[in-house]
Design a protein around this ligand. Structure first.
Ligand code: F6P
Length: 325
């Protein structure tokens, strides 16, 4: 028998579409299993500042379709200190919380892992970030919606690129990783994709430009914000210098990639992971992320999810290149 009676839930780091669907799934699965649920507002900061609010089934009605996060989110410096974590722990004990579900990315899970090591409080993580850069899960909540947002935007840019025979450098988010760039680039039919994981992408772009064969056509170059060339502006300026005959424009998509109503895929993923996170806590898991691998739910220790590096899919890279020729 589990001693679990009351659990808490928070969202931390960058918001991602589908976080609300995950909050809903955690809350309702917990209530279904006879557990009480406490929502913690503003991530780890709310744990320190006692921003607690009970969550009932009706509190999570009408949120599955909303972007952002009902619980709000923050990046908290104080939780990085031992003193901050001690206060957070005391506050959780005071309200009788025996387990916590944290929704976020790398930074969120790093905090969770340390917190568990220090105070032995069980924490289970749900991967929620548009970047899809977490080891141990094929998908993170928000990635699919962000991809669809990027593709919709690039389709529009393509109209202008095509009308004017222009080359557009479109910068997409993804932090240090190229997952958003690679998949959205394939889906939008980009002529080139520049990502931090691959070193010869710029050479390949130069070859395309040298050949001159794309000069009288639309060209879309998707650039990951974390690429080593320094982003779309730097890269485009270099290209402008060497190939003045190309008519070049730059678009940085920015935070519009983080918002919006989650896709059906993200809603289902969030619902599955939310359900699995509560089950994991009831099964006495203490320091692990729930993820999806080959469409199956898996448990991945925080230690691995944080430390190990997720690689880009080499098949997708190959396909992107072949289809851009
Ligand atoms: O991790 C999500 C993300 O949107 C990254 O893609 C991006 O680099 C970063 O967050 C932006 O963070 P902020 O909203 O704090 O500027």
């Amino acid at each position: 028998m589990t001693r679990l009676k009351k659990i808490a839930i928070l969202t931390s780091g960058g918001d991602a579409p589908g976080m609300n669907a995950a909050i809903r799934a955690v809350t309702r699965t917990a209530i279904y299993n006879g557990l009480e649920v406490i929502g913690i507002k503003e991530g780890y900061r709310g744990m320190i500042e006692k921003k607690f609010t009970p969550l009932w089934s009706h509190d999570v009605s009408d949120i599955i379709q909303r972007g952002g996060t009902l619980l709000k989110t923050a990046r908290c410096m104080e939780f990085k200190t031992e003193e901050g974590r001690q206060i957070a722990y005391n506050n959780l004990r005071e309200i009788g919380v025996h387990g916590v579900v944290v929704i976020g990315g790398d930074g969120t899970f790093t905090g969770a892992r340390i917190f568990n090591e220090e105070f032995d409080i069980p924490l289970v993580g749900i991967p929620g970030t548009i970047d899809n850069d977490l080891y141990g899960t094929d998908y993170t909540i928000g990635y699919d919606t962000a991809l669809n947002t990027v593709v919709e935007a690039v389709d529009k840019i393509r109209d202008t690129a095509s009308a004017h025979n222009r080359m557009f450098f479109v910068e997409v988010m993804g932090a240090e990783a190229g997952f958003i760039a690679l998949r959205s680039g394939i889906a939008a039919g980009a002529e080139a994709i520049v990502i931090p994981e691959v070193s010869d992408e710029v050479e390949k772009l130069n070859k395309l430009l040298e050949s001159g064969r794309r000069q009288k056509a639309s060209n879309i170059v998707i650039v990951a914000e974390g690429d080593k060339e320094g982003g779309a502006y730097t890269l485009a300026n270099k290209v402008k210098e060497h190939y003045p005959s190309y008519d070049i424009r730059i678009t940085v998509l920015g935070h519009l990639q983080r918002g919006g109503s989650p896709s059906a895929f993200d809603r289902v993923t969030a619902s599955r992971l939310g359900y699995a996170a509560v089950e994991a806590l009831m099964d006495d898991q203490k320091s692990a992320m729930v993820g999806i691998q080959n469409n199956e739910i898996v448990l991945v220790p925080f230690r691995k999810a944080i430390k190990l590096h997720k690689s880009v899919n080499r098949d997708l890279l190959e396909i992107a290149q072949v289809l851009a020729t």
